[in-house]
Design a protein around this ligand. Structure first.
Ligand code: NAD
Ligand code: UFG
Length: 334
């Protein structure tokens, strides 16, 4: 398949490109590099031993997209490009709605014009809001998001559902990611957050290399086994492989399908911290702090639908994720 990957130099996009190339797909990457760097391309090429065409294009740039689609006939688009910082989205809602929603609309219009009706979208477990129970399956209702970023995911899902209803020729996979962490085992690609990390694992790895003093554990009074927040952490390489499997929806022209991509296991902040310390043989200082506004107590997936219908199951353990995240942080530093 010839696949257009938007946001392909980012964290999840870069790992997915590696897996797509491994399965002999033809990939073209576009990214405006607002949260990644072009050097990622050379590292993808090192890992895969293949050349990958890259274009610095903003998904809101209709003219550039049209030019690209005139020169390339894409079978499918996997759409990762978007802004994703929860806190920042509360400060800059218009930028988030413009980049994520307007960007997706421009992209869809161009794909429609050039008869590419196959689309895979990076959604998030955040669309479930505060779930009534765990594990969460795809029949759970979408909930109230606590920030503009979350709403962009929820709204784009609705746009794609409406698009498919209006024209069933569209084949669309909505992939709801749980908490991606880890990195490629080569240490050549991984997550590269700007400034102070919002997310747990990049914060832990920065404490591990001495870049930050200690981890702030946001709340130890939740209704969870040890009081700290529980999440479904998934290795980014497993997540990437999930995208390759999701191409089944496209190849078999299945219409619109929704899948959770998670492991089905919930781990608490303290369990992640202790596992990280154990596998990397390092001490991570931490302090208990008040709960972070907007956080829920627990969130983990029921991933059975993806197993049954796509034949996809996460393989990596929390130990693997902690080891690979640290390995990437060390490589990044050197
Ligand atoms: P990332 O920031 O590493 O990658 C996103 C990429 O998109 C970046 O390279 C950025 O430069 C690019 N980009 C942003 N706006 C663009 C635009 N207008 N035009 C072109 N390129 C643009 O993030 P990621 O963690 O790899 O996430 C990928 C996708 O998955 C995002 O849509 C994100 O919202 C979604 N997602 C991420 C998580 C997570 O925890 N990482 C969880 C659920 C969903
Ligand atoms: N946490 C800390 N200290 C930190 C960072 C996080 O204790 O410095 C805790 C949080 O309170 C939470 C857990 O670690 O209990 C995980 O927090 P993250 O920020 O890593 O992840 P979230 O579950 O809050 O959110 C992430 C992404 C969202 C996405 C969601 C579901 O940031 O964009 O996963 O996929 F929607």
């Amino acid at each position: 398949m010839k696949i257009l990957v938007t946001g392909g130099t980012g964290f999840i996009g870069s790992h997915t490109v590696v897996e797509l190339l491994d399965q002999n797909n033809d990939v073209v990457i576009i990214d405006n590099l607002c949260n990644s760097s072009e050097s990622v391309i050379k590292n993808i090429e090192k890992i895969s031993g293949k050349k990958v065409p890259f274009f610095n294009i903003d998904i809101r740039d209709k003219k550039a997209l049209e030019e690209l689609c005139t020169k390339n006939k894409f079978d499918c688009c996997i759409h990762f490009a978007g802004l994703k910082a929860v806190g920042e989205s509360c400060q800059k809602p218009l930028e988030y709605y413009d980049n994520n929603i307007n960007g997706t609309l421009v992209l869809l219009e161009v794909l429609k014009k050039y008869n590419c009706h196959n689309f895979v979208f990076s959604s998030s477990a955040t669309v479930y809001g505060s779930p009534k129970s765990n594990p969460i399956d795809e029949t759970f209702p979408k909930g109230t998001c606590t920030n503009p970023y979350g709403w962009t995911k929820s709204m784009i899902e609705q746009i794609l559902i409406d698009l498919h209803n209006a024209n069933p020729d569209w084949n669309i996979a909505l992939l709801r990611y749980f908490n991606p962490i880890g990195a490629h085992k080569s240490g050549l690609i991984g997550e590269n957050p700007n400034g102070i990390p919002n997310n747990l694992m990049p914060y832990i790895t920065q404490v591990a290399v001495g870049q930050r003093k200690e981890l702030n554990v946001f709340g130890n009074d939740y209704d969870t086994p040890d009081g700290t927040g529980v999440r479904d952490y998934i290795h980014v390489v497993d997540l990437a492989k999930g995208h390759v499997k999701a191409l089944k929806v496209i190849k078999e022209k299945q219409g619109l399908k929704i899948y959770n991509l998670g492991t089905g296991h919930g781990y608490s902040v303290m369990q992640v911290l202790k596992t990280f310390e154990k596998v990397n043989n390092i001490k991570i200082p931490y302090k208990i702090k008040p709960r972070r506004p907007g956080d829920i107590a627990a969130c983990y997936a029921n991933p059975q639908k993806a197993l049954k219908e796509l034949g996809w199951k996460a393989q990596y353990t929390l130990e693997d994720m902690c080891r690979d995240s640290y390995n990437w942080e060390i490589h990044k530093k050197n």
